[in-house]
Structure formats: structure tokens, C-alpha cells
Design a protein around this ligand. Structure first.
Ligand code: PMP
Length: 423
């Protein structure tokens, strides 16, 4: 559209305005805000509600009783391979990996992490690198504890490693980096082997630098060719930085988002460190829930088979988003979007300075989107161009309606922007 003359552009804007007015008249009420599984996805795991059949773990442990802080060995075996962590170095905990990330930070603040000269709370300043666009809850967690957020651009292979290496080498107050290495939230990018190798091997000014490796979408494939990422934990150990990686994952988007099992994996030293602190807060995790997950999912293949059923339900929604955006916006130059091979999100990039307006226009038309800027530290997307689309929760026909409506908003705001620039 940027090649159109003033009259043509005005005609396009007027058409978009008429479409937008018609859209508002429809009085829609649709929600594309959060990456939640739909009811039908949760139904796939309904059998869990009638499990476990017994209460005895493989080693004879009575799961009804206290103890077993590290979690049942059989669930750690099941997920160790999927998360690329040896089962002995994996903790199976409660239902939320986010709470494990939270607690890891709290314990690093209040109790010295292996390699640290002092507790983080004694540092004059703490900063985390945040590849953008990224996950808003990572950023909110850091903000809550006064940890400074430094944005790092994403490339098609993961964070821009030239920038990461420089910042981590220059600044000893940079203590961490947030990474969603597979089917990243929200761009869908998976890290290349070279990116993972550089993260593991790069020299860091802080002896207690940590990679927060949030592998939330490890098995959440949308295609027949699952993405495999390099093994960060092994590469860290090989590179002489054995304690650098904290690996997180959960079954939140495998079984029940509110009743799954969460995991923490790391070096033996880090695992001992975290278990030591966890022991002050609990006598053991919910082993009954872990046992029912073992009975239901059975083994690694069982997990992958279950994820194929999820894919059958959500793939059509991702396809619909791409189809409608292509039909409505393809070739206009008003937007570009990701076509992820897995995960839960589609990143939509609109013209610079337009994302907030698109989201507010959509809200006026009854289509709720994640606030523009949420994908960036402090809610501030300096280009104001990134929008996150979460298509899994609504029914397919609702996704179609919402995306068609969103496309109208993008056309309206985009043509208005181009007109403004042309005048
Ligand atoms: N990490 C990422 C990247 C996520 O997208 C989400 C959920 N949206 C979570 C963590 C939350 O994980 P959990 O349910 O295990 O706390």
C-alpha cells in the first residue's frame, strides 16, 4: 500500500473504515489474549480425574505419604529425555514451572547460588537479558524483585548472540537471560544449534550468570517434523560452565494447565542447592498427581502420542489465522506474521507506531488481544509494532471471526498511518 497515490490510499482507508463500522455493529465478544488450552484439549486428559489406580510408586514409595522431595523417579525418567536433562538431575515439583522460576530467583536473591560471590540481594544492581519479543510473565517476575530488564533483539535463530555475548562479557551485574528455546513465545522461533552452543560457551563477567531455559513448548509440535534443539545442559558442562543452565518445563499444556507437573533441571550442584532451599518450604511434592501422570502418559512415546491429539485440535486454528491474514493482508505491506512450527502463539508485526491503536480498535469491536507492548520489557515496545495472537482457546469459528476482525483493524490503522505520512 505504500506505493499507492493519495487518492488510492484514501479509497482504501474509506473501505477499511466502512468495514470497521460494520464490524463494530456486529457487537462481537471474542478473546485472543492468553495462551490457554481449550476445553476440548483439556478433555483429552480427562482420564486423569479417575487416576491413580493405586498409590504405590515403582520403588515401593507410598505416594499418599510425606517425602520424596525430588519427585517420583518414574516421572523424572519420562520427562528427562524430553527436556534434555538426566533424570537424576531433574526435580519434579508442583503444578507450575513459573513458580519454580520465581522460587529460583528468590533463592538466588536470598541464598548464594553456586559460584556466586554474594547473594543477589547484596548486589548493587541485578540485570537480566530479555530477548524480545518475549513472555510478559518473565518480565513481570523480574520487575517484582527490582531486577533490571535489558532488551535483546531476536533473530530467526534466537537472540542476537553478538549482543548477548557483549553484554554478558562487559557487565558483571548481568546475572541472567530469559530463553524460550523452542517455539518461542510469541514469535515461534526455535534456537539454532549455533545459538545454543554460543550461550553455553560464552565468557561471562558474572561468575554466577544463569540461563533461565524455559522449555515450555518442548513437545508442542504443529508439524510432522518436530524441531530438535541442542542440549544446553550438556554443552554447558562441556564448555566448563556446568552450573550455567536452569532448565524449566511443565505438563501445563500437555495435561491440565492448572493441575500438571512442573520440572526443574540443572547441574548436580544447582539441583542440590535448590533442593536444600525447597526442603525448608515443603516435605515433598504432590506425588499422587505425579503418579496419575505416570499411569496416564505411560512413557515418552505416550507423551508424544498425546501431543499429536492436541495438534489435531489446534493446528486448524493456526492454519485459519494464516489463511485469513494472507487473504486479507497479504501483499499490502501492512503486516507480517509468523507461521510457527509449534508452540501456542503467532507474532503479528504491524506498521511502526500502529500496534497500540490496532489493539484498541479491536477492543472497541469486541475483540480482546494481549495488550500491545506486553511482549517487551516494561510493556514498552519501542517500535509499537508487535502484537501477540493466541489462537488455541476459542473455538475455530471464533478464531476465524476474531482474525477477520483483527485484519480489518490492521487495514484501518495502517492506511490511516500511511495517509498521515503521505500528507
Ligand atoms: N513459560 C512460558 C514461555 C509460557 O508461555 C507459559 C504459559 N503461558 C509458562 C511458562 C507457564 O508455565 P506453567 O504453567 O508451568 O507455570
Amino acid at each position: 500500500f505504500s506505493a499507492l497515490n493519495l487518492d488510492e490510499l484514501t479509497a482504501q482507508r474509506d473501505r477499511a473504515l466502512r468495514d470497521y463500522e460494520a464490524l463494530v455493529q456486529r457487537g462481537l465478544s471474542l478473546d485472543l489474549t492468553r495462551g490457554k488450552p481449550s476445553g476440548r484439549q483439556l478433555d483429552l486428559a480427562s482420564a486423569l480425574l479417575a487416576l491413580p489406580g493405586g498409590h504405590t510408586a515403582a520403588d515401593g514409595t507410598d505416594c499418599r505419604n510425606y517425602g520424596g522431595l525430588q519427585g517420583l523417579p518414574e516421572i523424572r525418567e519420562m520427562f528427562g529425555g524430553l527436556l534434555q536433562v538426566p533424570a537424576g538431575q531433574l526435580i519434579a515439583a508442583g503444578n507450575s514451572s513459573l513458580s519454580l522460576m520465581h522460587d529460583s530467583i528468590v533463592h538466588a536473591l536470598l541464598g548464594r547460588v553456586p559460584g556466586a560471590e554474594r547473594r543477589w540481594v547484596e548486589e548493587p544492581r541485578i540485570a537480566f537479558l530479555c530477548p524480545v519479543p518475549g513472555y510478559d510473565r518473565h518480565f513481570a517476575l523480574c520487575e517484582r524483585f527490582g531486577i533490571e530488564l535489558i532488551a535483546v533483539p531476536m533473530t530467526a535463530e534466537g537472540p542476537d548472540m553478538d549482543v548477548v555475548e557483549r553484554l554478558v562479557l562487559e557487565d558483571p551485574q548481568v546475572k541472567g537471560i530469559w530463553c524460550v528455546p523452542k517455539y518461542s513465545n510469541p514469535s515461534g522461533v526455535s534456537y539454532s544449534d549455533e545459538t545454543v552452543r554460543r550461550l553455553a560457551a560464552m565468557p561471562a563477567a558474572a561468575p554466577d550468570f544463569r540461563i533461565f531455559w524455559d522449555n515450555a513448548y518442548a513437545v508442542h509440535h504443529l508439524t510432522d517434523t518436530p524441531v530438535e534443539i541442542a542440549d544446553l545442559l550438556a554443552l554447558c558442562a562441556e564448555s566448563g560452565n556446568p552450573d550455567r543452565a536452569f532448565v524449566f518445563g511443565s505438563t501445563s499444556k500437555i495435561t491440565f494447565s492448572g493441575g500438571g507437573v512442573a520440572f526443574f533441571g540443572s547441574s548436580p550442584a544447582n539441583v542440590a542447592w535448590l533442593l536444600g532451599h525447597m526442603a525448608k518450604g515443603t516435605i515433598g511434592p504432590d506425588k499422587i498427581n505425579q503418579l496419575r501422570h505416570v499411569e496416564f502418559l505411560r512413557d515418552e512415546d505416550g507423551v508424544l502420542e498425546h501431543m499429536r491429539r492436541h495438534r489435531e485440535l489446534i493446528r486448524p486454528k493456526f492454519d485459519a489465522v494464516d489463511l485469513i491474514l494472507t487473504k486479507e493482508l497479504g501483499g499490502t505491506g501492512l503486516a507480517s506474521w509468523s507461521n510457527p512450527a509449534g508452540g501456542y502463539f503467532i507474532g503479528l508485526d504491524v506498521l511502526e507506531g500502529c500496534a497500540r491503536q490496532v489493539v484498541s480498535r479491536a477492543a472497541e469491536a469486541g475483540i480482546a488481544l494481549t495488550p500491545a507492548g506486553a511482549t517487551h520489557p516494561y510493556g514498552d515496545d519501542p517500535r509499537d509494532s508487535t502484537i501477540r495472537i493466541a489462537p488455541t482457546y476459542p473455538e475455530l469459528d471464533e478464531v476465524e471471526l476474531a482474525i477477520a476482525g483483527l485484519a480489518v483493524c490492521v487495514r484501518l490503522v495502517g492506511t490511516e498511518k500511511l495517509l498521515e505520512q503521505a500528507r
